[in-house]
Write a protein that binds this ligand. Structure first.
Ligand SMILES: *[C@@H]1O[C@H](CO)[C@@H](O)[C@H](O)[C@H]1NC(C)=O
Ligand SMILES: *[C@@H]1O[C@H](CO)[C@@H](O)[C@H](O)[C@H]1NC(C)=O
Ligand SMILES: *[C@@H]1O[C@H](CO)[C@@H](O)[C@H](O)[C@H]1NC(C)=O
Ligand SMILES: *[C@@H]1O[C@H](CO)[C@@H](O)[C@H](O)[C@H]1NC(C)=O
Ligand SMILES: *[C@@H]1O[C@H](CO)[C@@H](O)[C@H](O)[C@H]1NC(C)=O
Ligand SMILES: *[C@@H]1O[C@H](CO)[C@@H](O)[C@H](O)[C@H]1NC(C)=O
Ligand SMILES: *[C@@H]1O[C@H](CO)[C@@H](O)[C@H](O)[C@H]1NC(C)=O
Length: 290
């Protein structure tokens, strides 16, 4: 649809150019008709409308493309929420094994972010970026307005001045109109240069905003996955009896010695040695008596 419109617009520009040649051809012959002058002005009005249409088209295309990039991170959110579902599915059966395993899971599961948290944080990253869409196009929209207003007021005023000043059947009128068109065309060219500079700047800003958005969602991703990993590690440690200790809060030994209670005999001077074969320089050894 948009593509067809662009072609139509280009055809219109070609038509307007043809009209201009036709008019210059009639200069000085004192044979320019009112009809031809009106056609000439109308052709330019159509071209001007086409310029505005093309601005509108480019601005909307740009905004749509930006929002599409911004919203593409929705898929990352889904992937992240899926990770959290998977963790739940992994931990739930462990809670069923025993009261002990259940207590280990309950102790460390709160480290894992809630789905609602992950969702709202990622949504925050996305909406921060999408909220910038109107700021990105504001300079271009203003340039669009300025040009439209030039066509609607300055250009039309010039044409009316020509009509009031000269008999429309004279070449003076034709010259006057041609001059008004030339002034508007110069104005258009400058305005278009300004517009393309603004478009370039908007594209650069969009890249920065999307990058910021990606870093924002990556932060949520990283935090979530790090916490899942930490919770898993701690739950595993707990299940292996590593923190089966109520009075030693703040103490945690990497090394654990599993010692069946049945093997302990306070009257046996030659009982098993937990340090046997171990690097005695480690700071701490935990005895897990079961
Ligand atoms: C205007 O020009 C056309 C063709 O160039 C010619 O046929 C016609 O007679 C001219 N009319 C006048 C009023 O000069
Ligand atoms: C550009 O200007 C035209 C005419 O005023 C307006 O209809 C259109 O909505 C404008 N487009 C944008 C994106 O501002
Ligand atoms: C305009 O010019 C035509 C012929 O050149 C003449 O008949 C007519 O009276 C003029 N009109 C005015 C308002 O001067
Ligand atoms: C129209 O142009 C001629 C020269 O082409 C000039 O002599 C004449 O004064 C002009 N008429 C008006 C009303 O400006
Ligand atoms: C990821 O998260 C961990 C733990 O919160 C943090 O130490 C690390 O610096 C983060 N990495 C990046 C690249 O943000
Ligand atoms: C003491 O313990 C060791 C190792 O478990 C065992 O071989 C030995 O028979 C025990 N001695 C006595 C007196 O129970
Ligand atoms: C004990 O472990 C430390 C660190 O892992 C190492 O530097 C040291 O050489 C080890 N000592 C012995 C006796 O194995």
């Amino acid at each position: 649809m948009g593509y067809i419109k662009v072609l139509a617009f280009l055809a219109l520009v070609a038509l307007a150019k043809g009209q201009k040649n036709a008019v210059s051809h009639y200069y000085g012959e004192h044979n320019t008709s009112v009809i031809r002058n009106d056609d000439y002005v109308d052709a330019h009005r159509r071209q001007y409308a086409g310029n505005i249409w093309f601005y509108d088209f480019q601005i909307n295309q740009f905004k749509e493309a930006y929002l599409e990039r911004v919203n593409s991170l929705e898929y990352q959110k889904d992937a992240l929420l899926y990770e959290l579902v998977r963790v739940d599915e992994h931990l739930y059966p462990i809670t069923l094994l025993s009261d002990f395993s259940k207590s280990c899971v309950q102790k460390y599961q709160p480290l894992i972010p809630q789905m609602s948290w992950a969702k709202s944080e990622v949504d925050r990253c996305i909406s921060a970026a999408s909220a910038q869409a109107n700021n990105l196009i504001s300079a271009m929209s203003s340039t669009n307005r300025t040009l439209q207003s030039h066509y609607a007021t300055a250009f039309e005023r010039e044409i009316n001045t020509c009509k009031n000043k000269f008999n429309v059947t004279t070449s003076n009128y034709t010259m006057c109109v041609a001059n008004a068109v030339a002034i508007s065309n110069t104005y258009t060219l400058n305005n278009q240069n300004q517009f393309s500079n603004q478009m370039q700047a908007a594209k650069n800003s969009a890249d920065v905003l999307v990058k910021t958005e990606q870093e924002c969602t990556f932060g949520i991703y990283n935090t979530t996955l790090s916490r899942i990993s930490e919770a898993n590690t701690r739950i595993d440690g707990c299940l292996n009896g590593m923190d089966d200790c109520t009075n030693c809060k703040g103490h945690y030994c990497e090394e654990t010695y599993l010692w069946p209670a049945s093997h302990i005999n306070p009257n046996n001077a030659t009982m098993n040695n937990p340090w046997y074969g171990r690097n005695v320089t480690t700071g701490c050894l935990m005895l897990n008596i079961f």
